[in-house]
Write a protein that binds this ligand. Structure first.
Ligand code: HEM
Length: 160
């Protein structure tokens, strides 16, 4: 019994640090993603001391790639944790499903973007525009939904 309680506390603590890492990664992805557009130099944000790197397209691109790898690892961890290990105790809320679907859209369009950036496959200009609009569209809706969930204290999961 004591061992179970210790394991639970350990897993709660572990989940809290994973949540912080997830929020930090999403913030970093949004920051570097907008650097791909690029907007920081145009609006003088990169003139702020310490923000100069945001105007460098390749730096933001590589940080976005590294963040994407980390995000995929976090998503895989969360899926195993909630869909397999904690399934009996927790269930997804409607806002959790919505955020999950939006995140899936971001990841799928992001992966297609990465494939597009290799010289192996050539996508049509129309498809690239659709990809751009959908990655950005998913991102904007995802960020707005997260803001709503933060204000109204909506959680991804709840106890069964
Ligand atoms: C919450 C996570 C994410 C956010 C907030 C985000 C945000 C953005 C934004 C705002 C852009 C600029 C879009 C545009 O130029 O129209 C962008 C571009 C890009 N994103 Fe993401 N993104 C995320 C996740 C991902 C993931 C998971 C991947 C890859 C697996 C990815 C790959 C890319 C690539 C390759 C580009 C550059 C597109 C190009 O070639 O022009 N992103 N991202």
């Amino acid at each position: 019994m004591k061992t179970a309680a210790v394991t639970l506390t350990h897993s709660n603590r572990q989940n809290r640090s994973m949540r912080y890492l997830y929020v930090l990664t999403v913030f970093c992805m949004a920051l570097t993603g907008f650097g791909q557009m690029p907007i920081y130099k145009r609006y003088y944000l990169s003139d702020i001391p310490g923000f100069g790197w945001l105007a460098n397209f390749w730096t933001t691109r590589y940080v976005h790639y590294a963040g994407a790898a980390l995000l995929l690892a976090i998503v895989a961890y969360m899926l195993v944790q909630h869909v397999i290990l904690l399934r009996a105790r927790f269930k997804m809320t409607p806002s959790g499903y919505l955020r999950g679907i939006l995140l899936l859209g971001i990841v799928l369009t992001g992966v297609l973007f990465v494939i597009k950036n290799f010289p192996v496959l050539v996508f049509s200009p129309e498809f690239i525009i659709a990809l751009n609009l959908s990655h950005l569209g998913f991102v904007m809706i995802f960020l707005l939904v997260n803001l709503y969930c933060l204000i109204f204290k909506k959680r991804w999961t709840k106890a069964r």
